[in-house]
Ligand binder design. Structure first.
Ligand code: ADE
Length: 224
């Protein structure tokens, strides 16, 4: 998989991808992440990429030309399965969409800033619009990082224990059950006996019951 991220603040994203699982995923050849500075595609000497909104109003709007040039340069070298714009008015991100995106080959993630991008970018280039929650961030970079992280950890081989992504919260519309590790007794607070029993089938049953209980208490909407 290849993910190209278009932003006017590339520094924000570079360190995010340079650590931990995301770093290993790239070193292992499971994914290639490229961050592009939209300013590199500006044609004026101040490298500006935004302008005042037609019709007035507060806030700047990101112009179509630099974004279009950047996308077209990428498309000249390969086809993209989706061009995704991160925006609070996009489709709310759910695990199901992450699963689907993890099966794609090449993705472009476009990060907005200020008042967002000129509507024509969305009309002419963008194939999918995604929001990571009903709140407004100061830019799309954190949202792109969230989306990329959720996708990359699902790529086969990225997680050490291949089954562990399957037991995540949301994968079966259930929240994950509680987990414990050593010590078995922390100042009198003990790990449930069943987990120490070695009885695999009973442990699975207990985990399932706990997942249902937790989901009913915290997210009853998921059980509908
Ligand atoms: N950009 C600003 N806020 C956002 C959000 N909630 N989701 C995705 N992109 C955004």
């Amino acid at each position: 998989m290849r993910i190209d991220i278009l932003t006017c603040v590339p520094n924000l994203l570079e360190s995010f991808f340079a650590h931990s699982i995301l770093k290993r995923a790239q070193q292992g050849g499971f994914v290639e992440v490229n961050v592009h500075d939209i300013r590199d595609y500006s044609t004026n000497k101040h490298r500006t990429i935004d302008d005042y909104a037609f019709g007035g109003g507060a806030g700047m709007v990101m112009q179509i030309e630099p974004i279009a040039r950047c996308i077209q340069a990428l498309q000249a070298d390969r086809n993209y399965d989706e061009i995704i714009y991160l925006t609070p008015d996009g489709e709310l991100l759910q695990q199901r969409a992450v699963n689907q995106l993890s099966l794609k080959g090449n993705l472009i993630l476009l990060c907005g800033h200020y008042k967002g991008v000129d509507q024509r970018v969305r009309d002419l280039f963008v194939t999918k619009e995604i929001s990571i929650g009903d709140y407004v961030l100061s830019g799309g970079e954190l949202a792109a990082a969230v989306l990329a992280d959720a996708i990359i950890r699902l790529l086969p081989g990225v997680l050490n224990d291949e089954t562990s992504a399957l037991t995540d919260s949301f994968q079966d519309n259930l929240l994950a059950p509680p987990v414990y590790t050593r010590p078995a007794d922390y100042e009198g607070s003990k790990v449930p006996d069943i987990l120490m029993s070695g009885h695999e089938a009973k442990i699975e049953e207990w985990r399932y019951e706990q997942a249902v209980k937790r989901t009913r208490e915290r997210r009853p909407d998921l059980l509908k």
